[in-house]
Design a protein around this ligand. Structure first.
Ligand SMILES: Nc1ncnc2c1ncn2[C@@H]1O[C@H](COP(=O)(O)OP(=O)(O)OP(=O)(O)O)[C@@H](O)[C@H]1O
Length: 918
C-alpha cells in the first residue's frame, strides 16, 4: 500500500489545485499571490515582494480563522540545513530542500513566501506566544464567547511544547488557567457552599444546585477519594492500561518549579458568579476517550480499559462528548492537577523523530459558567446562566512512515492521524469554497470524530485560531510545504463573529459588595454581642477611722494610704474613662459616618426602588392595557370565530343550493335539448309546409296579375284607335301600342352619360325598343304591320316627368317633343293643360349598363274631373359596356319584366293623379 504521506506529500497549491511544476514558467504567481520560482539552475533567486491580491472586504459579522506560525529551534545547530527563513513579523520563506520530493520531481521551486497573522521565531518566549495567541481568547471566554485554538504541524514540530510547555516555562494551556483564575479570583462561586453552585446537567448544560445537594455530593466525593487513595496502592492506571505516558508530565506536579503567569483580564462582570469546569478528551484511532475518567478497579484485570465516548448534539445544536467527566476547579493548582491527570493518560510513544510523540489529538475544554447575582447579591439568577467554552487542541502531527520508521501500531496510528488531518483539511476546503461561491455544498464534518466535534466552531460563532508549528529542518521540507498550504487555505475560511454577552439586567451594581458588607456587619454585631460588658467599678471599703487609742499610729497612715490609693485609682479611672470616652466618641463618629453612608445608600436604593416602582407601575399599566387589548382581541376573535362559523354554514348551504341548482340546470338543459329537437323537427315541417303554401300563393298571385294585365291589354286594345297591327307582348302578357320609330339602332360615338353607379366608360351605345313578354325584338317590321308614326303636331304639350335621380344620358336619341313642361315631382296641378305624358326612368344593372326608359302616354279627362294617363309607348335607350358582347338578347326582356312592375306602379299614380311620384 502506498504510504499516506506520499499522497499528502504532493498536492502543490494551497488552493487545492494540482500544479505540474514542469509545465510552469520560471516565475509563477500562485492564486494566493505567492511568488514561486522554478528552474533547475541553482542560484540565488532574488525574491521580489509578493504581489498579493487586494484583500476581500470582510463579510459583515464574520472574521477569518487567524493563523500564527511558530518555528521551533533545531535540535542542535549542526543539525543539517534549514529550509525556513523568517521574513518580517508575519512572513516565512520556504526554500526548497535539495533532497525534497519537489526537487526530485524536476520542477524546482526555489522560494515561496507564506504570510501569517504573526510569526514567532525560535527564540520567542512562551509568554509572548501566549499573549499574542491565547490571551484574547481567554478574554473572550470570560466574556461569554466561545473560542477554539489548535496547534497544527508535522510530528516533532513543537505543538505539545507550545500547548503545554515546560514547568519553568509553561505553554498556552497552563497560562490560560492561570489567567482565568487570576481574573475571576473572588468572583468564583464557592464549591459545595452557598446556594449558587453550578452543576453539569449531563446534557452539555448547567443547572444550579441546592446547598443540601452540594453538601451531599461533597460527602460522597470525600468517601470516594478515600477509596481511591486506598486503591492507589495498586498499579497505576497508565501502566495497567498499557499505555506509555509522558514522564515530563510528572514535572508539573512539582508546583514549586512552576512559573505562574500573572496576567489577568479586567472589566469582568463583578456581580456575576463564576465557575470553571475542565474536561479533557483525546481522539485516538478515530475514537474519543475521556482522559479524566476514573477507571474502574478490577481485582483480575486491575483496571478496566477505557471505553470510547460518543458525540451528541445538545438543545442548542452544539456537539459534545456524551458522558464526559467535567471537573469543577477552584484554583490554578487544582486545574493543573486535573490537567496533569489527563496528560498522564494521553497516549504518547517514542518514534525516531520524537521521543514523546503524541499519538492522539487531545482536546482540553475549559468551560466558564457564569450567572448574575440577584439584587441581594445572595443567589444567582438560574435562568441567566451563560456557558462559554475555550477548546485547546493539541493535534497529533502528520508523519511519513519513511521518516519516522514506524511499524505495527505506530503505522496504524500514523495512518489514522493523517486521515483525520486530511479530513480536517477537506472540511475546511469545502467550507471555504462554499463561502467563496455562495454554494451550500455538504461539509462532511460527520465523517470524522474530530471535525464533528469542532463543527460548531466553524458553523457557529466564536474565534478560531491556529498555531502552525514548523520544524525548520530541510529534511522536513516536503511535509512543511503541505502544512504551509493547509495554513494558507485555513486563513481564508471565515467564521461568524460572536458578540459579547451582556449581563446588564437593570439590577443595582455592586450587589456582591452589598452582600459582603451585610455579612461583615453581621459578624461585627456578633462580636459586639460577645464582648464582656464593663463592670461598675467599686472602691475598696474605707478602713476603720475610729481612733481607739491615743497612740494609735496605724489608723491615720492607713487612711492616708487608702485615700492615696483611692486618689490614684480615681485618676486611673478618669483616664480610662476619658480613653473610653474618646474611643466611644470615635466609635460614635464611625457609626455616625456609617449611618450617614447608609442613609445615602438607603436614599440611593430608595431612588432606585422609586424608579423601579415607577417602572413597575408603568409596566403594570402596560400589562393592564395589554390585557384589555388582549381581552378585546379575544372578544373580537370569538366574534370573528362565530362569524366564520356562520359563514361556513352559509357557504355550506350555498354550496348545497348550488349543487341542487346545477343538478336542476342539467336536468332542464336535457329537457330543453329534447324540446328543441322536437321543435326543430316541427319547424322544419312547418317551413316545408309554408314554402309550399308560399309557392302556391305566388303562383296564384302571378295568375291574378296575368289576368289583370290581360284585362288592361284588352282595355287598351279596345280604347285605342291607333292600334298596332303587331302588338308587342310582354312577358306578363300586357300589350303596348308602339307609336315610335321601330328598331332604331344607332352606331357611332355618342356622348357618354355619367350615371352615378357607372364606373366603366361606355364605348357602345344602343337604343332599342324593349319588347315585353320575352319576345325578341323584331329586326324589321312585318310588311302587313302599319307603323304608327310619332305625332309631330306642335300643339300637343308634353308633361315630361323626370324624377330627380334621373340624369341626362346625353344621348343623341331624344324624344321628339316640342312643347314640354318638365317636372321632377308630379302633382295634380301639373296635369292641367297637358296632352301627353312622358316619364323618364333610369336604371343601372349589375353589369354597369345604363338603361334610360321613356314611357309615353296620352292624358285623358276622366268623368270625375280628374286626369288619367294611358301609357301607350315605351322606349329604352341603353348604353352598353364594350365587354358585354356575350350578353344574351333575352336579358333585355328580363330587365323589362323587372321594371314593368315599377312602371305599373308609377303609372298607377299618374293615372289616378293622386299622390306623389318618387
Ligand atoms: N520552541 C521550542 N523551543 C524549545 N524546544 C522546543 C520548541 N518546540 C519544540 N521543542 C522541543 O522539540 C521536541 C518535540 O516537540 P513536541 O513534542 O512539542 O513536538 P510535537 O509537535 O508535539 O510532536 P508530536 O506531534 O509527535 O507529538 C520536544 O523535546 C520539545 O521540547
Amino acid at each position: 500500500m502506498r504510504p499516506r504521506q506520499d499522497v499528502i506529500g504532493a498536492p502543490p497549491c494551497s488552493c487545492g489545485s494540482v500544479l505540474d511544476h514542469r509545465s510552469l514558467p520560471p516565475v509563477f504567481e500562485s492564486r494566493h499571490g505567492h511568488i514561486r520560482r522554478y528552474g533547475r539552475t541553482p542560484g540565488t533567486a532574488k525574491r521580489t515582494a509578493p504581489k498579493r491580491p487586494a484583500p476581500k472586504p470582510p463579510v459583515k459579522g464574520t472574521e477569518p480563522v487567524e493563523v500564527y506560525c511558530r518555528i521551533r529551534p533545531l535540535d542542535s545547530p549542526t543539525d543539517g540545513p534549514r529550509c525556513v527563513k523568517i521574513a518580517g513579523a508575519d512572513g516565512v520563506i520556504l526554500t526548497v530542500a535539495e533532497n525534497s520530493h519537489a526537487a526530485r520531481n524536476g520542477g524546482l521551486l526555489r522560494e515561496t513566501k507564506y504570510t501569517f497573522r504573526q510569526v514567532f521565531d525560535e527564540l520567542c518566549p512562551q509568554k509572548a506566544v501566549f499573549e499574542q495567541v491565547a490571551l484574547p481568547l481567554v478574554e473572550d471566554v470570560l466574556h461569554g464567547k466561545n473560542a477554539l485554538l489548535f496547534a497544527y504541524g508535522i510530528t516533532s514540530s513543537g505543538k505539545t511544547y507550545t500547548m503545554m510547555g515546560e514547568p519553568h516555562d509553561p505553554g498556552i494551556l497552563p497560562r490560560c488557567l492561570d489567567v482565568i483564575f487570576n481574573s475571576i479570583g473572588e468572583l468564583q462561586a464557592k464549591k459545595y457552599v452557598g446556594t449558587h453552585v453550578f452543576k453539569p446537567d449531563k446534557m452539555n448544560g448547567f443547572e444550579v444546585q441546592s446547598e443540601a445537594d452540594a453538601m451531599l455530593e461533597r460527602q460522597e466525593r470525600d468517601v470516594l477519594s478515600k477509596l481511591n487513595n486506598n486503591n492507589a496502592k495498586t498499579p497505576s492506571s497508565r501502566h495497567a492500561a498499557g499505555f506509555a505516558n509522558r514522564e515530563r508530565a510528572d514535572d508539573h506536579n512539582n508546583s514549586n518549579n512552576r512559573r505562574r503567569d500573572r496576567s489577568r483580564v479586567a472589566d469582568l462582570e463583578e456581580d456575576n458568579s463564576y465557575s470553571v469546569f475542565l474536561s479533557y478528551v483525546e481522539i485516538y484511532n478515530k475514537y474519543i476517550y475521556d482522559l479524566l475518567e476514573e477507571l474502574e478497579y478490577d481485582p483480575i484485570t486491575v483496571y478496566k480499559p477505557p471505553t470510547s465516548k460518543g458525540l451528541r448534539e445538545d438543545n442548542n445544536h452544539n456537539m459534545y462528548v456524551n458522558g464526559v467527566v467535567e471537573v469543577e476547579v477552584k484554583s490554578t493548582e487544582e486545574a493543573y492537577e486535573v490537567m496533569e491527570r489527563g496528560q498522564r493518560k494521553r497516549r504518547v510513544a517514542a518514534t525516531s523523530l520524537n521521543a514523546e510523540s503524541s499519538r492522539s489529538h487531545s482536546v482540553l475544554n475549559i468551560r466558564i459558567v457564569q450567572a448574575p447575582l440577584d439584587n441581594m447579591g445572595q443567589e444567582v439568577l438560574k435562568d441567566k446562566i451563560c456557558v462559554s467554552q475555550l477548546s485547546l487542541v493539541d493535534l497529533a502531527g502528520s508523519e511519513r512512515a519513511a521518516r519516522t520508521g514506524n511499524q505495527g501500531d505506530r503505522i496504524r496510528e500514523a495512518g489514522n492521524i493523517n486521515n483525520a488531518l486530511m479530513h480536517l483539511r477537506t472540511c475546511l476546503e469545502v467550507l471555504r469554497e462554499n463561502q467563496r461561491t455562495g454554494e451550500s455544498k455538504y461539509v462532511p464534518y460527520r465523517y470524522d470524530r474530530m471535525t464533528h466535534l469542532f463543527k460548531n466552531y466553524f458553523d457557529g460563532e466564536g474565534k478560531v485560531r491556529m498555531v502552525v508549528c514548523i520544524n525548520p529542518s530541510a529534511k522536513e521540507y516536503d511535509e512543511t510545504v503541505n502544512v504551509m498550504k493547509f495554513a494558507m487555505m485555513t486563513q481564508e475560511v471565515q467564521v461568524a463573529r460572536s458578540e459579547r454577552k451582556e449581563f446588564d439586567l437593570g439590577l443595582i451594581h455592586g450587589r456582591r459588595q452589598l452582600k459582603d458588607k451585610l455579612r461583615e456587619d453581621a459578624e461585627k454585631a456578633t462580636v459586639e454581642a460577645t464582648r464582656p460588658q464593663p463592670t461598675i467599678f467599686s472602691f475598696a471599703p474605707f478602713p476603720a477611722i475610729e481612733v481607739l487609742q491615743y497612740d494609735d499610729g496605724h489608723m491615720l497612715p492607713n487612711l492616708a494610704r487608702y485615700l492615696q490609693d483611692r486618689i490614684n485609682q480615681r485618676r486611673h479611672l478618669v483616664e480610662d474613662f476619658s480613653q473610653d470616652e474618646a474611643a466611644f466618641r470615635a466609635h460614635l463618629v464611625d457609626i455616625e459616618r456609617e449611618h450617614n453612608n447608609f442613609k445615602i445608600r438607603v436614599q440611593e436604593q430608595e431612588d432606585v426602588i422609586k424608579s423601579k416602582d415607577c417602572d413597575i407601575a408603568r409596566l403594570e399599566k402596560k400589562i393592564r392595557n395589554l390585557e384589555r387589548a388582549h381581552e378585546s382581541l379575544t372578544r373580537k376573535t370569538n366574534s370573528l370565530e362565530r362569524a366564520k362559523n356562520s359563514l361556513e354554514r352559509e357557504v355550506g348551504e350555498r354550496e348545497w343550493q348550488l349543487q341542487m341548482t346545477v343538478t336542476e340546470k342539467n336536468r332542464l338543459e336535457q329537457d330543453n335539448r329534447q324540446r328543441l329537437t322536437r321543435m326543430e323537427r316541427n319547424c322544419n315541417k312547418r317551413i316545408e309546409e309554408s314554402k309550399l303554401k308560399v309557392n302556391e300563393d305566388a303562383m296564384a298571385r302571378l295568375k291574378s296579375h296575368e289576368s289583370r294585365l290581360a284585362k288592361v291589354r284588352n282595355l287598351l286594345e279596345s280604347d285605342t284607335e291607333s292600334v298596332l297591327s303587331t302588338p308587342l307582348t310582354t312577358r306578363s302578357g300586357s300589350r303596348y301600342m308602339a307609336k315610335s320609330e321601330t328598331d332604331l339602332t344607332l352606331t357611332g360615338k355618342t356622348p357618354v352619360p355619367t350615371p352615378r353607379n357607372v364606373q366603366r366608360p361606355l364605348t357602345r351605345q344602343t337604343a332599342t325598343r324593349t319588347p315585353r313578354g320575352g319576345v325578341p325584338p323584331p329586326t324589321k317590321p312585318k310588311p302587313n304591320v302599319k307603323l304608327h308614326r310619332r305625332s309631330k303636331s306642335s300643339h300637343e304639350v308634353y308633361l315630361a316627368h323626370k324624377p330627380k335621380e334621373t340624369v341626362d344620358p346625353r344621348s343623341i336619341l331624344t324624344p321628339s317633343v316640342k312643347k314640354t313642361r318638365s317636372v321632377t315631382r308630379l302633382e295634380s296641378k301639373d296635369m292641367r293643360g297637358v296632352d301627353k305624358y312622358l316619364l323618364t326612368c333610369m336604371d343601372v344593372d349589375s353589369e354597369g349598363d345604363v338603361a334610360t326608359k321613356l314611357y309615353k302616354g296620352d292624358v285623358y279627362r276622366t268623368s270625375t274631373g280628374g286626369k288619367s294617363v294611358v301609357l301607350n309607348d315605351v322606349e329604352v335607350i341603353k348604353h352598353k359596356s364594350p365587354g358585354d358582347k356575350k350578353r344574351k338578347s333575352n336579358e333585355y326582356y328580363d330587365d323589362d319584366l323587372e321594371n314593368s312592375s315599377e312602371v305599373e306602379d308609377r303609372c298607377r299614380i299618374a293615372v289616378e293623379g293622386h299622390g306623389h311620384m318618387k
